[in-house]
Each structure stands twice: as C-alpha cells, then as structure tokens.
Design a protein around this ligand. Structure first.
Ligand code: AMP
Ligand code: GLY
Length: 419
C-alpha cells in the first residue's frame, strides 16, 4: 500500500517510522515532512492550509491511505475534502475535530454530557473576563478559545498576571482570532496523564497511556510548550483508573458525539488530571499528542496500517492491539529560547552517535538540511530522543545518554523527564 502522512514534526516522524516497518507498506510519503523524515519517507512539498492541493497530491501519487498528524488540517476539514475524492483517510470530520478546534465547544459538550472537567466561564470580552475572575481563586487558568499551537493556556497567579494575560489574549490578540473569546477555569490539582484511543465513532481501543511534560524547564517551571518530553510504560495508569475513565469519560464522550450526530473517527486524545475527586478532562485533542506519540510508537507491537484500516472500516472493536511490556522515554531537544523567540539554522552534530545507543531512535521535529547537506535546526522543538528498555530507569538512562551526544548551539532540554 502507498501511505501518506501529513505533518512535519516529531510525531509524524514516529508515525512514519512505524508505517515504514509494516509489511503492507510499499511506498511511504510525508507532506511536507522534515530532514529526518526524508530518511524513511519521500517528502512532498505541501501547503497544509490548502486541503484541495493535499487531495490532489494523494491522487497524483495514488495513495491508498492517508494519516494526518497535526490539528489544523483536521479542524479545517481534510476528512470531508478527501471523502469527496474517495480517498481513504484516518481523520475525524471537522465538526468532531471541534473538540480540539474550540475549547469552548469542548467545554460546553462536556457540560451537556456530564463529563467531569474543571468549572469554567466563557468570556466574550476583557471586561467580562475581569468580572468573572471574581468567582475564582488564584491561580486562574486562562485559555484562548481557538488553536494556538499548544501555547494558548496561561495560569495566572495574581490579579496583575491575570489582567496582563487577558490584555495579551483579548486586546493585543497575541494568538490572533483564537483569543476573541477566552475560557476561565478553576485550577485542577493532581497528576496529569494523556489517554488516547483509536476510535471508529462507536467502538474504541485504548492506546498505551503516556505522560507529557508541558512546561519549558525542570520542576515544571517556565512557560507552557507543545511538550518537552514524555514517557510510557505498562501500568502508568492502573486498571481501576482506566476503568473509571472508560465509564465516566470515554463512553459518555463517544455516546454524546453519536447522539449529536457527530461521531469521531480517528485518534482521540484525552488530557486528564487525576484529582483527589477522580479523573477530570483538561482537554480533548483530535489527534495523536506530540511528544507522547514518540514514546507510544516505540511500544506499539501491532501493525499501524491494520489499525488504520480498522478505524476507517469501522471494525476497531474486532482487532487486537499489542503493546510491548517495555518502557519508553522521549526527551525533546529544543532551540534555546523556545517557546519564545529562537534562532534557526544551527548545525546539529552527534546524531549517529545518539542513534547508536542501544534502544534509541532519534525522531526529528524542527530539522532541515543546509547547503552542505548537514542537519540544521529549523524549529522550536528540534529532536525527540526516544529510548525503549525493560524498565523506565533504563529507558531514561539510555535517552539521556543519547541526548548528551547531540550538540547544537543553545540546545535546551529538560533534565527531569521520567524522573
Ligand atoms: P491544554 O492546552 O488545555 O491542554 O492546557 C495546557 C496545560 O495547561 C495542561 O496540560 C495543564 O498542565 C494546564 N491546564 C489546563 N487546564 C488546567 C486546569 N483547569 N487546571 C490545571 N491545569 C490546567
Ligand atoms: N503533548 C500535548 C499535545 O500534543 O497537545
């Protein structure tokens, strides 16, 4: 089969890496991909905002199956565009992708269906937000309604920080239209975990849970990022917690969507906070998490193409998905300054040495080639150094050993992933 992966990050590299291992794959393409991905797939120039051109690309290369990594094309409606061309794709409809595309849509959906989540207020103006804040205790969670590349959430510790955040999002529009409306939420306390499912809308299979590290610096300090590392291992969530999530979150979510004639088909990500009052939903995403996917793909023993076909053909309940008993750890090496401003074009060395460490795979996110065919940095998150081993300690040791072999100017990574 000819496979096309859409996206260009570490998540897409991990997905391509997994597709490349399938005996069903005859040719693998990635649009647009990155320098690392070009070593396992043929990268195609693409504009992810132009869905018709993506469908044309799939037709031109006679693609049998397309898998979408990032949220923007999902929310923009790639599922419908591909369906019009009779192209097989793993992607939720744009309406179902609103679970991620609009945080307000997702909160109202949870409220309608009694799905446990943080108390919230929707604010249409800066004045309304300042008034609503009086009903909350600090820290107050402030979220831009629309897509903001994982950076649209701030925890305001004081009135001053709150007022500054509201001004930045709603008046200065640092996230553009995404900040036209904001959500205020009570701050939940507990351990976070990312629970994802493969679903065909009716039935589902749980994906091995992972944990992600959102803050830029050690000890969960600094700004929120797209994710600075992740790990996965058997038992990360105990059976009772998973059963609770199935009963109170997963089943009501799928049933609620079906009842609203809005079934979700694809990978549904549920960001959880495990509070003392039980598991609560922080957010939904309409796709695989990044960098959770890097940790998850190295533990997936089943064939990803067979899973994708089962999603599309609505028989996900019939297949058996196997996970390794190994643990995995992914360390994100980022450009100095990320998630703020950073420089690009820094030469990356030590990749082969890192890759040679036992159990290690280096997934590329923001990388490109320079004129000398060297790998250079081209984004905030540059690499996801991912290791698999029998224990979490061993996986962490391998991942850090490999990361220490990699150099580029102002490399930054957290030292406390999976500690
Ligand atoms: P989101 O983009 O909604 O996943 O939020 C990004 C991060 O902000 C989450 O992973 C949490 O660490 C944090 N966060 C979001 N909402 C809340 C909340 N209600 N209480 C505590 N932390 C939150
Ligand atoms: N790592 C969180 C996300 O992908 O949204």
């Amino acid at each position: 089969m000819k496979i096309l992966v859409i996206g260009s990050g570490g998540r897409e590299h991990a997905i391509c890496w997994k597709f490349a291992q399938s005996p069903h794959t005859t040719e693998l393409f990635c649009a647009p991909g990155n320098a690392g991905i070009s070593q396992v797939a043929t990268c195609l120039k693409a504009n992810l905002n132009d869905l018709d051109s993506l469908a044309a690309l799939a037709e031109q290369h006679r693609i049998d199956l397309t898998f979408v990594g990032p949220e923007a094309p999902l929310v923009a409606g790639i599922a419908e565009v591909f369906a019009k061309h009779n192209l097989r794709i793993v992607a939720p409809s744009p309406k179902a992708a609103q679970l991620e595309g609009s945080k307000i849509f997702s909160k109202e959906f949870m409220a309608r269906h009694g799905i446990p989540t943080a108390r919230f207020t929707i604010c249409d103006s800066a004045e309304a937000a300042l008034r609503a804040a009086q009903d909350y205790q600090f820290p107050i969670v402030v979220k831009a309604d629309g897509l903001a590349a994982g950076k649209g959430v701030r925890l305001a510790d004081s009135q001053q920080e709150f007022a500054e955040t509201i001004k930045a999002m709603m008046v200065d529009r640092v996230f553009g239209d995404a900040g036209r409306r904001v959500l205020l939420e009570e701050c939940l306390v507990g351990r976070e975990a990312s629970l994802m499912i493969f679903t065909d809308g009716r039935d589902y299979k749980i994906i091995a849970p992972a944990q992600d590290y959102k803050r830029a610096n050690d000890n969960d300090e600094g700004l929120n990022t797209g994710g600075m590392g992740s790990f996965s291992l058997p038992g990360l969530l105990d059976e009772a917690t998973i059963a609770e999530c199935e009963r109170h979150i997963i089943k009501p979510t799928l049933a609620g969507l079906l009842a609203e004639a809005n079934p979700f088909c694809g990978v549904l990500y549920i960001g959880l906070m495990l509070t003392k009052d039980g598991a609560k939903v922080i957010e939904y995403n309409a796709r695989f998490g990044d960098p959770e996917t890097q940790s998850i793909m190295v533990r997936l023993d089943s064939d990803l193409i067979e899973i994708c076909e089962a999603i599309i053909d609505k028989r996900i309940g019939e297949i058996d998905i196997k996970w390794s008993n190994d643990a995995s750890v992914c360390i994100v090496a980022a450009s100095g300054g990320y998630p703020g401003d950073f420089e690009k074009g820094k030469v990356i060395t030590g990749l082969a040495e890192a890759q040679a460490v036992e159990g290690v795979t280096v997934f590329h996110a923001g990388t490109a080639f320079n004129d000398n065919a060297e790998f250079v940095t081209s984004g905030g998150r540059v690499l996801g150094v991912t290791a698999r081993a029998a224990t979490l300690q061993e996986a962490r040791a391998r991942a850090y050993e490999a990361t220490r072999k990699i150099h580029f100017e102002r490399i930054h990574y957290r030292k406390d992933i999976a500690v």
